[in-house]
Design a protein around this ligand. Structure first.
Ligand SMILES: CC(C)(COP(=O)(O)OP(=O)(O)OC[C@H]1O[C@@H](n2cnc3c(N)ncnc32)[C@H](O)[C@@H]1OP(=O)(O)O)[C@@H](O)C(=O)NCCC(=O)NCCS
Length: 140
């Protein structure tokens, strides 16, 4: 992902989430040097991911597939790419947060070996207040 793609990414993000990241959140991630990737098919963006790595721990911050293309294996392909990238940079563990209400997301992560290791109270904005995050992790 580069600066040039941020409009398209932010537009997709708004279609995918009730509480989307802003264009600025993605720009900040690039500026901070986080790893950020697009999945493309025929020159068209179909998904993207952002990952921060600190020493041996990789933190998955965003993984998303266009709504009309979900459940077609693209998220899996992105996630396997992230495992590979993180390992190459010396990570031995990957962490992520997911909303308790996002059961599909949790199923997706569990399928790839993630297990719940804790909760972060009031982590996410939610309709009518805040929502906890489930923290999941897996060894790489
Ligand atoms: C989560 C996400 C990235 C997964 O990408 P995807 O391309 O849809 O996933 P895949 O097709 O590779 O699915 C792999 C497996 O994950 C599980 N899975 C994915 N979506 C699921 C759903 N809605 N319900 C239950 N399980 C699901 C299934 O086990 C699936 O395997 P199957 O297709 O053989 O049933 C994508 O669905 C997405 O962008 N969702 C909305 C945003 C989101 O929730 N992101 C994660 C936030 S923490």
């Amino acid at each position: 992902m580069t600066e040039a793609e941020l409009d398209a990414v932010a537009e997709a993000e708004e279609r995918i989430y009730d509480f989307p990241w802003t264009r600025g959140n993605f720009a900040d991630s690039l500026a901070a040097g986080y790893g950020a990737w697009l999945a493309e098919e025929g020159g068209r963006m179909v998904g993207y991911a952002v990952m921060m790595q600190v020493v041996d721990e990789a933190h998955l911050l965003n993984i998303s597939v266009l709504p009309e293309l979900q459940h077609g294996g693209r998220g899996s392909a992105l996630l396997l790419h992230l495992f590979d990238q993180a390992r190459r940079q010396g990570a031995t563990r990957m962490l992520l947060e997911v909303r308790p209400g996002n059961l599909a997301g949790q199923d997706f992560y569990r399928r790839y070996g993630f297990a719940e290791i804790g909760r972060r109270p009031d982590y996410y904005p939610a309709h009518g207040g805040r929502e906890d995050a489930i923290v999941m992790a897996r060894d790489l």
